[in-house]
Design a protein around this ligand. Structure first.
Ligand SMILES: Nc1nc2c(ncn2[C@@H]2O[C@H](COP(=O)(O)OP(=O)(O)OP(=O)(O)O)[C@@H](O)[C@H]2O)c(=O)[nH]1
Ligand SMILES: [Mg+2]
Length: 367
């Protein structure tokens, strides 16, 4: 811990010197040296965080998708878990009521969605404070994060986003396409594609800071230096998130606030009251809608009623068969489909056909 604090202090000093040096238009060589130092210390800070463990709780994934509730103490996470699921997580006025990760299952459109209530996040969680690292470990395996914000305390949003940024967690961003092939040919760093916001020299000092001196590099996206460093250190995490503004019973102008927040942060903001059960159905719909899953019906025969199953959006007939039974998939010839993905009833389709939400399907095996 002390080591990590020392490193963070050192990083601050170096970054301050770097910004001063930029202002002074100092020599490129000095600048390059400094940046390389910054990159090296950043890497050490990241590695030091890895070694800090909380109490080490972890809940196994079950169901069709996993969603975590993340927010400050008393924002209403446990109340929301109880409103969405069959769980009964303790709620109270005092902070840090929840000290473990509490799971519940929300059934929506036949999908079993695992919702995880987390201990309250605190500023400094990225340093491992307040069980922060267990919360982060759990987020890594979740399909969606719901930020739970107390609508009467909107400054919580920036604090959460800053925490996540310090943890190299990127929200609602596509993982950048970066290809890095290390080699030993002694040709140095060969930058074959560079669509980043960094120059060749910037990229080289970062890579050198990580001990990479020979590599073929292709950067296909407009990444900044920070994101590039976390990518190279293999610690970056890309998560989908939506935001809940809870306790709207205490804010009469909640709709206006929700609209402003949603446009300011470019993220869906759903106003609810867990206490009064206001807007809970629409929250369920938003959670489902942000999970990239859909419901299709399996009909054993055309004249039978279909059984609903949940699968990822945009799955093909062939991949669905594989997911269900390898036995069907190896003998699969085609399928009859009804629904939005086809033009007419009982349309015969091949294994590459892409299914849509609500479709029903009958597999046809080779005779
Ligand atoms: N007025 C109002 N109070 C609420 C609402 N939702 C929750 N609360 C209250 O806020 C307090 C904290 O709620 P919890 O659900 O325990 O909050 P939490 O986020 O789980 O808190 P920690 O477990 O401490 O992190 C409790 O007294 C709840 O009754 C709401 O929609 N409106
Ligand atoms: Mg709680």
């Amino acid at each position: 811990m002390a080591n990590k604090e020392y490193l963070e202090g050192r990083l601050k000093e170096l970054e301050a010197e770097l910004s001063k040096t930029k202002d002074n238009k100092a020599t490129n060589k000095h600048l390059a040296k400094l940046r390389s130092k910054v990159a090296t210390v950043k890497k050490e800070v990241i590695n030091a965080s890895k070694r800090v463990h909380g109490s080490g709780f972890f809940v196994k994934k079950t169901g069709d998708a996993t969603v975590t509730l993340l927010g400050f103490p008393s924002a209403g996470k446990s109340s929301i878990l109880n409103a969405l699921t069959n769980a009964n997580s303790k709620t109270a006025q005092y902070a840090f009521t929840t000290t473990d990760i509490i799971p519940g299952i929300m059934i929506y459109r036949d999908a079993h969605i695992q919702i995880l209530d987390m201990p309250g996040l605190i500023a400094g969680a990225h340093k491992g404070l307040g069980g922060g690292s267990s919360v982060i470990a759990q987020m890594r395996v979740s399909d969606l994060v719901v930020f739970v914000i107390d609508i009467t305390n909107l400054s919580q949003i920036n604090t959460i986003l800053d925490e996540l940024f310090s943890l190299n967690i990127y929200i609602n961003k596509k993982k950048p396409n970066i290809q890095l092939r290390q080699n030993r040919d002694g040709h140095g760093i060969l930058l074959e594609v560079n669509k980043s916001r960094m120059s060749y020299d910037d990229i080289k000092v970062v890579l050198n800071g990580f001990g990479i001196f020979n590599a073929n590099v292709r950067i296909w996206d407009p990444v900044e230096e920070d994101e590039f460093i976390s990518f190279i250190s293999n610690k970056s995490l890309y998560l989908n998130a939506i935001m809940v503004l809870n306790k709207i019973d205490m804010a009469p102008d909640f709709q206006k606030i929700a609209d402003q927040i949603s446009s300011k942060y470019g993220m869906e903001a759903i106003p609810i009251s867990a206490l009064n059960m206001d807007n809970i159905e629409s929250l369920k719909a938003k959670i489902y809608g942000n999970l990239s899953i859909m419901r299709v019906y399996l009909k054993p025969r055309l004249d039978k009623i279909g059984q609903p199953i949940t699968t990822r959006s945009g799955i093909t007939v062939g991949n669905l068969a594989k997911r269900l039974h390898t036995e069907i998939s190896s003998e699969l010839k085609c399928a009859y489909v009804n629904g939005r993905s086809v033009k007419f009833a009982n349309q015969r389709v091949g294994i590459e056909h892409v299914l849509k939400d609500g479709d029903s399907i009958t597999f046809i095996k080779i005779k």
